[in-house]
Design a protein around this ligand. Structure first.
Ligand SMILES: [Zn+2]
Ligand SMILES: [Zn+2]
Length: 327
């Protein structure tokens, strides 16, 4: 019941645009929440999370309280940084608008930089930092960045890095450019077989090129298209291997993203097939929850750890090692 109060409290603030949940209030609510998992997870950090104002459901303060509850000592907030001049013309855009998270998309870098300046200023606020200290949680400023191939993207992104100085950047690919259209992975499921295969090829090739830029601290949810039920057949192993080879060569770590687990799905992103390739190439890994609400923090961490080890992974990074990368 109290958990629900907290969620409603945050929703209200999302609607009227006001900032943080009251820290004492949030803490009290979380300390009374009934979790099933209380044991300390093997990994004590969570660097892939989302908050209000983007497409997350809770405030940073609520996320800190959730991290504390799950014994997560290092919490990175990594909201979406998605910049493309045609983003509002993407087939997917009206859906995002309707669902209320169009703020994660920007048509130009100035717009995205302005949003993140304000967002990072909120993360730096003394009130939030004091609350985090009190909870023994350290907050890091990250971003989940969509890599794009258009000519000005890299220089625009490097300008953003200089201005915003994030603690780390995650590479994601939620879109491909196909037939002059920006297509979200959700669109892959709604086209004919030929178009779907072309989109999947573009997807894997783009991931490889993204890693080659050397700009990112780690790669997110490698086989994201499986979210819509596509790209899991054996024939894609060849393309996955090509991307893995480039990722390994660029020395970019990958995440094991636990958001794919649910009652019917017993694997994270990426699949065992890809994790075995990553193990053979000795690619370092971290575990991410991709939390869009506080109660997602640390979800299935130990299950993912076991899954990865069964695939031969033993190169697990510490939080320091992920953040240490010099750009
Ligand atoms: Zn993502
Ligand atoms: Zn995410």
């Amino acid at each position: 019941m109290e958990n629900r109060c907290c969620i409603n409290y945050n929703r209200k603030h999302k609607q009227d645009g006001k900032g943080q949940a009251k820290s004492v209030y949030t803490r009290k609510v979380f300390l009374t929440m009934a979790y099933n998992v209380i044991s300390k997870p093997k990994q004590n950090f969570s660097l892939h999370t989302h908050t209000i104002g983007f497409d997350g459901q809770n405030t940073p303060a609520a996320m800190v309280a959730g991290a504390q509850y799950m014994c997560i000592e290092h919490l990175g907030i990594s909201n979406h940084f998605i910049v493309h001049p045609n983003i509002t013309r993407a087939k997917f855009y009206p859906f995002a608008l309707e669902r209320g998270y169009s703020a994660i998309y920007s048509s130009g870098f100035d717009e995205a930089i302005a949003k993140f300046k304000q967002h990072y200023a909120e993360l730096n606020q003394k009130k939030l930092q004091d609350f985090a200290n009190d909870c023994d949680v350290k907050i890091y400023r990250g971003m989940e960045v969509d890599f794009f191939d258009y000519p000005e993207w890299q220089s625009g992104f490097e300008r953003a890095l200089n201005m915003l100085q994030p603690d780390y950047v995650i590479c994601a690919s939620h879109f491909v450019e196909y037939d002059s259209m920006l297509c979200n992975v959700h669109d892959f499921a709604n086209v004919d077989d030929q178009a779907r295969d072309d989109m999947l090829k573009l997807y894997w090739e783009k991931l490889g090129r993204a890693a080659e830029t050397g700009l990112f601290n780690f790669m997110a949810h490698l086989d994201l298209p499986k979210k819509t039920g596509v790209g899991t057949e054996e024939k894609w192993a060849e393309y996955e291997q090509m991307a893995i080879d480039k990722i390994a060569k660029s020395k970019t770590p990958i995440e094991i993203n636990t958001s794919f687990y649910n009652r019917n799905r017993d694997e994270p992103y990426p699949s065992a097939r890809i994790l075995k390739m990553a193990a053979a190439a000795n690619i370092p890994v971290i575990i991410s929850d991709d939390a869009h609400r506080a109660e997602h923090i640390g979800r299935y961490f130990d299950r993912a750890d076991g899954f990865a080890r069964a695939c031969g992974i033993n190169n697990f990074l510490t939080c320091d090692m992920v953040l240490r990368k010099t750009r």
